[in-house]
Design a protein around this ligand. Structure first.
Ligand SMILES: Nc1nc2c(ncn2[C@@H]2O[C@H](COP(=O)(O)OP(=O)(O)OP(=O)(O)O)[C@@H](O)[C@H]2O)c(=O)[nH]1
Length: 323
C-alpha cells in the first residue's frame, strides 16, 4: 500500500486533476490531503447499491422475543419504515460541502449513469486552476485514486464507452487488488484529448475505528478472509436489522428476523444445503457428525448483500445527519 501511494505521489507532476472514487455506501478517509493541491473531483460510485432515500427514523411497531430450548432465542423485530419520497442526495452533498468537498458526482459505472458529467466537470476544474509547466500541453492527464474495489477501473471503462465508443482498457474484478501497478496512460476522450492513470487501490494509512474498517470490508475493500467472513456477516446482520432492511428473511425463507448470527447462518446453510462432516471424539470413539457449514453460509450472505439482492443500504447513515 505504501509503495502504491509513493508511486501515485511521484506521478502527480504529470497530472492535471485527481478523481477520487469512493463507494457511495461508505466513505473512507480522503486521499486528497496526501495528494496535494491538484484540482479534485469526488466520485461516489455504486450509487445503485446505496440507499439514497431520505434517512427517516424507524417505527418499532411490535417486538417479540421467541423462546426456544434447543435454539438461541431469535428476536423478531417488526420495524416499519416511515414513508418518504425525499432523496437524501442533496443532504449528502451539503454534508460534503461543509467539509470543503465542493465537487461531487454520484455514478453507477455498470450502467454508465452520470458518467457523462465527469469530463465537463474535470475541464471546468482544470480551467479554474494553474497548470504550471503543463500550460502549453494540449493533452490532459487525470489520476484516478481510491481504496480497493470501489470501481476505479470500471469508471475508466465506462468513460471510454461514453466518449470513445470503445471497450475495456482496465481490468475489472469483484475482489480487491485487481489493479496492481500505476499503469500507463489510458485514453478516455478525444476532444478534449484526455488520458487517465489507473492506480492500484490503496487503503488510507489510518482507519479511524473498527466500525469504519468493518464497513469498508463489507464494501469489499479488503480480502474477506483477512477480516473473517463470519465476523463480517455478523456486522452485516446487525446493520440490516438496524436499518430495518429485512429482505434477507424473505431471501433465505427464514421464519423471522433475528439478531443472532449463529441462528441465521445455520438456517442459511440448511436452506442452501451446505453441510460439512465434523469428527467428534466421544467416549466410544470418533463419530462423524453432519453440521451446517457456517463459513459457506457467511460467504453466501456477503455475496448476496454485495450483489444488491438484500436491498440498497447506506452504511454511513449515522454520520450523515450529524453533518
Ligand atoms: N453495482 C455496481 N457495481 C460496480 C459499480 N462499479 C464497479 N462495480 C463492480 O465492483 C467491482 C470492482 O470494480 P473494479 O473497477 O475492479 O474496482 P477497482 O477500484 O478498480 O478495484 P482494484 O483494482 O482492486 O483497486 C467489480 O465487480 C465491478 O463490476 C457500480 O457502479 N455499481
Amino acid at each position: 500500500m505504501a509503495k502504491g501511494l509513493k508511486k501515485m505521489q511521484s506521478s502527480l507532476k504529470l497530472v492535471d486533476c485527481v478523481i477520487e472514487v469512493h463507494d457511495a455506501r461508505c466513505r473512507n478517509p480522503l486521499f486528497q490531503e496526501l495528494l496535494g493541491l491538484k484540482p479534485h473531483l469526488l466520485v461516489l460510485n455504486k450509487m445503485d447499491l446505496a440507499d439514497l432515500t431520505e434517512q427517516q427514523p424507524y417505527m418499532i411497531e411490535h417486538m417479540k422475543v421467541t423462546e426456544s430450548s434447543e435454539k438461541p432465542a431469535p428476536v423478531s423485530l417488526v420495524l416499519k419504515r416511515l414513508p418518504s419520497d425525499l432523496r437524501s442526495l442533496r443532504k449528502i452533498v451539503q454534508c460534503l460541502e461543509k467539509k470543503g468537498l465542493k465537487n461531487v458526482i454520484f455514478t453507477n459505472c455498470v450502467k454508465d449513469e452520470n458518467v457523462k458529467k465527469i469530463i465537463p466537470k474535470v475541464m471546468e476544474l482544470i480551467r479554474c486552476s494553474y497548470r504550471y509547466h503543463r500550460a502549453e500541453n494540449p493533452e490532459y492527464c487525470i489520476m484516478v485514486v481510491g481504496v480497493p474495489n470501489v470501481g476505479k477501473s470500471s469508471l475508466i471503462n465506462s468513460l471510454r464507452r461514453q466518449h470513445l465508443k470503445t471497450g475495456k482498457a482496465a481490468r475489472v474484478g469483484g475482489e480487491p487488488g485487481i489493479t496492481r501497478a500505476v499503469t500507463t496512460r489510458i485514453q478516455v476522450c478525444e476532444r478534449p484529448l484526455m488520458f487517465l492513470l489507473d492506480t492500484p487501490g490503496v487503503l488510507a494509512p489510518r482507519i479511524e475505528s473498527v466500525e469504519t474498517g468493518l464497513k469498508l470490508a463489507l464494501c469489499g475493500t479488503v480480502l474477506d478472509h483477512l477480516v473473517g467472513e463470519e465476523t463480517m456477516a455478523d456486522y452485516l446482520l446487525y446493520t440490516l436489522n438496524r436499518h430495518g432492511l429485512f429482505r434477507y428473511v424473505q431471501h433465505y425463507a427464514l421464519a423471522n428476523a433475528c439478531d443472532q448470527i449463529e441462528w441465521v447462518l445455520k438456517n442459511v446453510a440448511i436452506k442452501l444445503g451446505k453441510t460439512r462432516k465434523v469428527k467428534v471424539l466421544t467416549g466410544t470413539g470418533d463419530v462423524n457428525v453432519i453440521q451446517p457449514d457456517y463459513a459457506m453460509a457467511a460467504r453466501d450472505f456477503l455475496r448476496t448483500f454485495r450483489s444488491g439482492l438484500l436491498g440498497q443500504v447506506m452504511l454511513d447513515r449515522d454520520i450523515i445527519p450529524a453533518c
